[in-house]
Design a protein around this ligand. Structure first.
Ligand code: ADP
Ligand code: MG
Length: 696
């Protein structure tokens, strides 16, 4: 049997391989580049490329690709062979430093939101040397960032890397104030828990809605849903077990630390949690995880659904973004410390995050906005669209004691002074109890739970890093010029708590009452993607991103267009799929079934005028009424979709889809789902929720 420890990372050009295959000088030079984020000089690049090529060929690779994450949210790759003609009509395998460091994919068909006119189609990809190259399906994949020739980001990775630099700069300033002279760099870390559904592939193939949109647009509630709560952490079925085993093995070979696999709350829903890593690597690994989940599922005659709400009435899928900040000396800055001084530092970072989340609620909401996630947020199994923070009782009491100049705890009679008192250790179970909070402190990290399952984690972390960087900048500005550091620190923390405590909420986030309370507190509740996105270009948000050099204003505006556009496109596809299913499948099936019922009535009458046909008649009446409803909504939906073609302004268009298209889709679904419960099973044109959810 092969040991996991033997094959873990065997498909990765990692530090160990680099050390073994590069001459010491090249190795050191590469390491320096990685550490300081500078560009490689050509002779080093050539040596690295050559070693990478030899290694890759030994592992069976024939091609290489610059692997990148365009604005479509999925990864892109264009394969080039290592093969090159040699003089004698033979072939040699070649890979140069230039090819490693920089690529030029024909980028004209990736969304750029007007940043790159199609006549100057070229963008370029640049190696992100902090993320190791790896081999997938015999292709050497080089993780890259994707930019236009003007240097504008065309992808999700570039802003993420910029935001990591921004937070690094500000955290270092703060750490200096606390005398941490040994720390030279800090990185944010993320562990992204991934939820997904597995359905049978043959069943899936019979539903156009799943095929075209990844979610069911029709479907009556099955007799059994998730009410028995028998799926969460339940025994994993053999077919799913086989899938998970292979998934783990493949991820391990790629150096992804897949750690925990279990069933989730809904039937057929599962979760994979990796061990956390540096944010850009975690983002790459999450993309890889999603890709491999989908690929491997097919091999097991399953389909992996990554949509945020594949089924109405059962839980949707999210992605929990566990986030913290780590120093190069190995200290987690969100770990409460052992000494009063460490605690003061912890409290400063904590209050900075509180302020950042409060001031940039809108951006955090925007960072998780998508048509799919709109169906999930606030649907009673996911946090609402209101951003709030859970800190747990103990930590909240500490903040209250600081704010109110009161004593803390039973023994503490003195006032809680920052830098004087030691905080208690917070046992994990007391901080982790609240599962309904969008942004929860879980002992030594924050868990941002609003991300949708299909999202790239890059957007959310770009916002989080930048918002926290901004607040830390303000803090550092103030504290660096303070005469009495201790007093200024105490005052700053106290002031910040008072100004931003409205965002702290330790109660049940799924409760209706919370939404009212949140409104009273002035927290924003941006329920849909268009509502949220409109805030993206607010002056304060542009100021945030531009001042930390994370996005230029042009990049923000182009992203706004891309996000609004993709919302519209998605809803357009959903609308058209519904029209198609209603006209070509549902209504014809209903007609056939009513004909059968009518024929039965006629036959009964022919046999004997007085034979009872109440059942047939009543059902005919009800399905005729419902069918009329379906037909009328279908016509309205078609009209709304046609009208969309005449709207040029992308914001107006998005609101048209939200207000007109989506509401008509809902109306159409209501009648169609009622029909599903009335029409005989053999006539219904597609597999039911029951078959989808319990069929594996
Ligand atoms: P559980 O939620 O099952 O109790 P944990 O809370 O330990 O497990 O971890 C949940 C996720 O948080 C995992 O992906 C884990 O790697 C990640 N995580 C743990 N510590 C950190 C950290 N310092 N920074 C980022 N993510 C972390
Ligand atoms: Mg969790």
């Amino acid at each position: 049997m092969k040991l996991v420890s033997d094959y873990f990372g065997c498909m990765v050009f990692n530090d160990e391989v680099m050390k073994a295959r590069l001459d010491p000088e090249t190795y050191e030079s590469l390491k320096r580049t990685i550490k300081h984020g500078r560009s490689l000089n050509l002779s080093v690049a050539n040596a690295v490329a050559n070693a990478m090529k030899d290694w890759a060929i030994e592992q069976g690779a024939t091609h290489y690709t610059h692997w990148f994450q365009p604005m479509t949210g999925i990864t892109a790759e264009k394969h080039d062979g290592f093969i090159a003609p040699a003089e004698n009509g033979k072939a040699i395998m070649k890979f140069s430093g230039k090819e490693l460091v920089c690529g030029e994919p024909d980028a004209s068909s990736f969304p750029s939101g007007g940043l790159r006119a199609t006549f100057e189609a070229r963008g370029y990809t640049a190696w992100d040397a902090t993320s190791y190259a790896f081999i997938k399906d015999d292709v050497l994949c080089i993780p890259t960032a994707f930019c236009s020739y003007g240097g504008e980001a065309l992808d999700k990775k570039t802003p993420l890397l910029r935001s990591m630099e921004a937070i690094n700069r500000q955290v270092l300033r703060v750490l200096k104030l606390f005398g941490n002279e040994d720390v030279t760099s800090v990185k944010t870390t993320v562990g992204a828990e991934q939820e997904y559904f597995l359905v049978d592939k043959d069943t899936f193939a019979k539903r156009k809605d799943l095929l075209y949109t990844g979610r069911t647009l029709f479907g009556a509630k099955p007799p059994k849903g998730q009410e028995l709560e028998d799926h969460y952490f339940g025994v994993i079925k053999p077919r799913v077990q086989a899938f998970m085993k292979e998934l783990d093995e493949e991820l391990w070979r790629l150096g992804v630390f897949a750690k925990t696999e279990h069933n989730e709350a809904a039937p057929s829903q599962h979760e994979l949690a990796p061990v956390f890593d540096t944010t850009n690597i975690a983002a790459d690994h999450n993309q890889l995880t999603m890709e491999i989940m989908q690929k491997l599922a097919k091999k097991h005659n399953l389909v992996c659904l990554l949509h945020e709400k594949p089924f109405e009435g059962v839980n949707g899928s999210g992605k929990h973004n566990n986030w913290s900040i780590s120093t190069n000396t190995g200290v987690n800055l969100l770990e409460p410390g052992e000494t009063p001084f460490e605690n003061a530092q912890f409290l400063l970072f904590l209050t900075a995050i509180i302020k950042a989340v409060d001031e940039y609620q809108d951006l955090l909401r925007i960072s998780v906005a998508s048509a799919g996630n709109d169906h999930r947020l606030g649907a009673h199994e996911a946090p609402p669209a209101v951003v709030s923070m859970f800190l747990g009782t103990e930590l909240t009491e500490i903040l209250e004691a600081i704010e109110g100049d009161t004593g803390y705890g039973a023994k503490e009679k003195e006032l809680l002074r920052i830098g004087v008192h030691t905080l208690p250790k917070f046992p994990k179970d007391t901080t982790d109890r609240n599962r309904t909070s969008p942004f929860a402190f879980t002992g030594n990290k924050f868990e941002f739970r609003m991300l949708g399952s299909s999202a790239s984690i890059s957007d959310a972390n770009t916002v989080l890093n930048t918002a926290v960087a901004e607040v830390l900048k303000q803090f550092a500005d103030e504290l660096e010029s303070a005469e009495n550091f201790q007093a200024a620190l105490h005052d700053l923390i106290k002031r910040t708590i008072t100004a931003h405590k409205r965002v702290i909420f330790n109660g049940n986030g799924y409760d209706e009452a919370w939404l009212k309370e949140a409104k009273k507190r002035g927290l924003s509740n941006l329920q849909t993607t268009p509502d949220a996105l409109r805030r993206f270009t607010d002056e304060k948000n542009i100021a945030l991103f531009t001042s930390h050099k994370v996005y230029t204003e042009r990049e923000i505006r182009s992203r706004y267009d891309i996000l609004m556009e993709s919302y519209c496109k998605l809803l357009h596809i959903e609308g058209r799929t519904m029209v198609d299913m209603a006209m070509k499948d549902i209504l014809p099936a209903v007609s056939k079934y009513s004909k059968q019922l009518c024929d039965t009535v006629l036959s009964k009458r022919a046999v004997c005028e007085t034979l009872d046909h109440t059942y047939e008649r009543e059902v005919i009446e009800e399905i005729s009424e419902r069918a009329k409803g379906v037909y009328e909504s279908t016509k309205l939906l078609s009209e709304a979709l046609e009208k969309a073609a005449k709207i040029n302004d992308v914001t107006k268009l998005a609101f048209h889809y939200k207000n007109k298209v989506l509401s008509t889709m809902r109306e159409l679904r209501k009648n169609a789902d009622a029909l599903e419960t009335l029409v005989a099973a053999e006539y219904w044109p597609f597999p039911t929720y029951g078959e989808l959810l319990f069929g594996v």
